[in-house]
Design a binder for this molecule. Structure first.
Ligand code: IMP
Ligand code: MG
Length: 180
């Protein structure tokens, strides 16, 4: 896909590698929750691509819901202020919930969502993140299912955006600004 004139893309994770990892994660979940029903909650919009591939690798009864959050502040930094902009459609009481996120960065978003969801008495609660930038963590949140640990670089593609662009890239790429 064409880059914008001032931006440069470098492939970090190829689509084939991502798909192989998602297959493995789906198998893990199917094994961990054998005989049970799973309720996946995707965090819009970034996690939608990951979630779409993940659910098709789970061989259990699965239901879906979505939440959306916005965080105030600069575009490539979380500000720490998280606000719920779309809540769930249905109750999660008594359900095996897996919260599905594109990337775990500072942890502020997932820390907030975890606190909100745990109050609603799910039967179990777990977190799945496609990417994990562990070096950046400021909140003590742990994902139970992690696709890839990545270095502290800004990435786009496979659902992740920069100012709403690049979500449709098949690979996860590092985005950098060209010197001018
Ligand atoms: P956290 O609250 O700092 O963990 O940030 C999580 C959110 O920040 C993710 O859901 C993404 O929307 C966004 N984010 C963090 N790092 C990146 C990145 O490298 N590329 C694109 N979005 C990112
Ligand atoms: Mg996001």
């Amino acid at each position: 896909m064409a880059e914008y004139a001032t931006e440069h893309l470098r492939v970090l994770l190829r689509n084939s590698i991502i798909q192989r990892r998602i297959r493995y994660m789906g198998k893990q979940m199917s094994r961990d929750f054998r005989g049970e029903r799973l309720h996946l909650i995707g965090v819009l919009k970034g996690a939608s691509i990951f979630l779409a591939d993940l659910i098709r690798q789970i061989s259990l009864e699965v239901s879906l819901d979505f939440m959306a959050v916005s965080s105030y502040g600069a575009r490539t930094e979380s500000s720490g202020q998280v606000r719920l902009t779309k809540d769930l459609d249905t109750s999660i009481e008594g359900l095996n919930v897996i919260l599905v996120e594109d990337i775990l960065d500072t942890g502020l978003t997932l820390d907030y969502l975890q606190r909100v969801l745990l109050q609603r008495k799910p039967k179990s609660f777990h977190i799945a993140a496609l990417l994990d930038k562990r070096q950046r963590r400021v909140k003590n949140v742990k994902a139970d299912y992690i696709g890839f640990e990545i270095p502290d670089e800004f990435v786009v593609g496979f659902g992740l955006d920069y100012a709403e662009r690049y979500r449709n890239l098949k690979d996860v790429c590092v985005l950098s600004q060209k010197e001018s």
